[in-house]
Design a protein around this ligand. Structure first.
Ligand code: G1P
Length: 290
C-alpha cells in the first residue's frame, strides 16, 4: 500500500528572496499555515503516512514545525486556549510520522529523491514538490485520484496541467500524442522532455510536481547521469521508466499555485484567504476597496 511520500525541501528559495534569507521558503505562509503544512495535509488526505523530507542545513524550522513545542503547548493548555492548542498540537495525525534525510549538495531533483532511497526501500512512493500548492477546495481530490489510478493501472502517475506555450521552458513537458486528457483522468505518456524551448516542446502539458512512482525508480536514478543544468533530473530517470514499463499523465482538476515565486504566493494567499472562515469576509471587503 502506498504510504511514503518524498518531499524535497533542500532548495535555496532564490525566487522569493529576501523573504527566504533566514527562513526556509517552505515556511512562508498561506493564510495561517506554512506552505509545507498545506502540502503535507494534501498527502495525509490522500492516505500517505510517512512523510520523508529531503532537507539540508539551515532548514530546521521545517522539522520543528512538525514536532511538539512543549513550552507553548503547556502555556496554551494552562490558559485554556483549546482551539489554539489543537492547531499547533495536531499538525499531523497520530499515525503519521515525519522522517528527515539530508541532501548534502544541490545536485538536482533526481538526486534529492535518490537521497530518500534508504528510507523508501522497496516500496512504491509519491514525490510532492513543496513549491506547488494545489487548491482542492472544489473537492477534486487530485492526489487520491492519482493513487487510485496507480493502483488500477500499475503505472507511475505524473500530474500535469496545460500551461501557456511561452512558459513550457520552465517545466518538464509530457507528450501524450495529442490525446486530450480529461481533467481528473490519466492517459498514456509517449515521451517527456525537461524544460524544452517552445519550438521543441511536444505539447503544453507541464509536470506540476506530484508523482506516484514504482520503487524501481530509485535504481534508475542511481544510473542517471547529470542532464539539463548539469543536474541529475528526475525527468530523465522517468524517461527510462517510460521506455521500460510505461507511465501515465494525470490531468489535475484542482487549481495550482506556484508558491516558489512571489506572484504565485500572493495569489495563493488571496484564493485560500477567501475560503478561510476567519479571513474570508474581511478580505473580500478589502479587495472590493482596491
Ligand atoms: C522540477 C521538475 C520539472 C517540473 C517542475 C515543477 O523542476 O524537474 O519537470 O515541471 O519541477 O515545478 P524545477 O522547478 O525544480 O526546476
Amino acid at each position: 500500500m502506498l504510504s511514503k511520500v518524498v518531499i524535497p525541501v533542500a532548495g535555496l528559495g532564490t525566487r522569493v528572496l529576501p523573504a527566504s534569507k533566514a527562513i526556509p521558503k517552505e515556511m512562508l505562509t498561506v493564510v495561517d499555515k506554512p506552505v509545507i503544512q498545506h502540502v503535507v495535509e494534501e498527502a495525509i488526505a490522500a492516505g500517505f503516512r510517512q512523510i520523508i523530507l529531503v532537507t539540508r542545513s539551515g532548514k530546521q524550522a521545517i522539522e520543528d514545525h512538525f514536532d511538539h513545542h512543549y513550552e507553548l503547548e503547556a502555556e496554551l493548555a494552562r490558559k485554556g486556549k483549546t482551539a489554539l492548542l489543537e492547531s499547533i498540537r495536531d499538525v499531523l495525525p497520530a499515525d503519521a510520522e515525519v522522517i528527515s534525510v539530508r541532501q548534502p549538495k544541490a545536485l538536482g531533483l533526481g538526486h534529492a529523491v535518490l537521497c530518500a532511497a534508504p528510507v523508501v526501500g522497496d516500496d512504491d512512493f509519491a514525490v510532492m514538490l513543496p513549491d506547488m500548492l494545489i487548491d482542492n477546495h472544489n473537492s477534486s481530490r487530485d492526489m487520491s485520484n492519482m493513487v487510485e489510478a496507480f493502483n488500477a493501472s500499475g503505472l507511475g502517475q505524473i500530474m500535469v496541467e496545460g500551461v501557456p506555450e511561452d512558459q513550457v521552458q520552465r517545466y518538464g513537458i509530457v507528450d501524450c500524442k495529442g490525446v486530450a486528457v480529461n481533467l481528473g483522468e490519466s492517459a498514456d505518456i509517449a515521451g517527456m522532455v525537461e524544460k524544452p524551448s517552445p519550438t521543441e516542446a511536444p505539447s503544453n502539458l507541464a509536470i506540476v510536481g506530484r508523482y506516484i512512482l514504482p520503487a524501481s525508480v530509485m535504481t534508475l536514478l542511481k544510473n542517471t547521469p547529470p542532464g539539463a543544468g548539469d543536474e541529475i533530473q528526475l525527468t530523465d530517470a522517468l524517461q527510462t521508466l517510460l521506455s521500460e514499463t510505461g507511465l501515465q499523465a494525470y490531468s489535475m482538476a484542482g487549481k495550482l499555485y506556484d508558491c516558489g515565486n512571489k506572484a504565485g504566493l500572493l495569489q495563493a494567499n488571496v484564493a485560500f484567504g477567501l475560503q478561510h472562515p476567519e479571513t474570508a469576509d474581511e478580505l473580500r471587503a478589502f479587495l472590493k476597496t482596491l
